[in-house]
Design a protein around this ligand. Structure first.
Ligand SMILES: [Zn+2]
Ligand SMILES: [Zn+2]
Length: 244
């Protein structure tokens, strides 16, 4: 399946990624993507992105070498209530917000605990998608996570890097994809590139989508227009969210 926009990329700001924003744009251009989302890790991941990185993203241009740049984050889920490591004032200014579980920020527990954290994050009105929920280090009740994504109009990520670096992801990701197809839940494909030449690398994720017969209409970044429509709907929901 053709993917138009890579929603998951890391720059040198993440501390353990190796390319600049400009190089990521060149990577997207080389794979003929229309755009990419810069999703550096949230600040709780040690040695990584500073909070002020997110406050200063407005200095970046909308397009680099003809490729659309969207502003985002891969925020860390910090607890069972789905709290994130970036304040609302930063999150609401971003185009696309992933929330995910990472070892340095959320010690893996049993499936009940991990599931509770992901479901809570999906209910957070400022979160758009869950990153690599198929990670076998964080066993979850896949049915409950998919149900929470569907109820909240959020997307489940099929992460292309997982098939290489999070061993054992394939089966979980296939189960996520099958359940998303069955229940009409949105999916997003991310490369999780930490180096420019991996931007737009979707070989494994595309095969999985094919194998599991996930309909193209459910993949929010299959086309520029579907991604823009998703962002527009979510921006409205974020604006009108109930305030504390
Ligand atoms: Zn990373
Ligand atoms: Zn991640």
């Amino acid at each position: 399946m053709r993917i138009a926009i890579d929603t998951h990329t890391h720059s040198v700001a993440s501390g353990h990624a190796y390319s600049t924003v400009y190089e990521l744009a060149l990577g997207a251009r080389r794979r003929r993507l229309s755009g990419f989302v810069l999703t550096d890790h949230g600040p709780a991941l040690e040695g990584g992105t500073q909070v002020y990185h997110f406050g200063n993203l407005r200095v970046l241009p909308q397009r680099i070498r003809g490729v659309r740049l969207y502003r985002g984050v891969e925020a860390n889920i910090l607890g069972l209530e789905g709290g994130l490591d970036l304040g609302e004032e930063y999150l609401e200014a971003l185009n696309f917000v992933y929330a995910g579980l990472h070892e340095l920020c959320f010690p893996s527990g049993d499936s009940e605990r991990n599931t509770r954290a992901l479901v809570a994050a999906l209910r957070n009105p400022l979160v758009d998608a869950i990153s690599h929920p198929g990670n076998p280090r964080y066993p979850v009740d896949i049915r409950s996570v998919v149900a929470a994504a569907r109820e909240n109009g959020k997307a489940i990520e099929i992460n292309d890097s997982s098939f290489r670096i999070r061993k054992g992801s394939h089966e979980n990701c296939a189960e996520f994809a099958r359940l998303c197809a069955e229940t009409g839940t949105l999916v997003v494909c991310g490369s999780d590139a930490h180096y420019w030449s991996d931007v737009g690398r979707f070989g494994e994720a595309s095969s999985l989508i094919r194998e599991t017969r996930l309909p193209r209409e459910l993949v929010i970044n299959a086309s520029t227009s579907s991604f823009e429509a998703f962002l527009a709907r979510r921006a409205g929901e974020k604006r009108n969210r109930p305030r504390k």
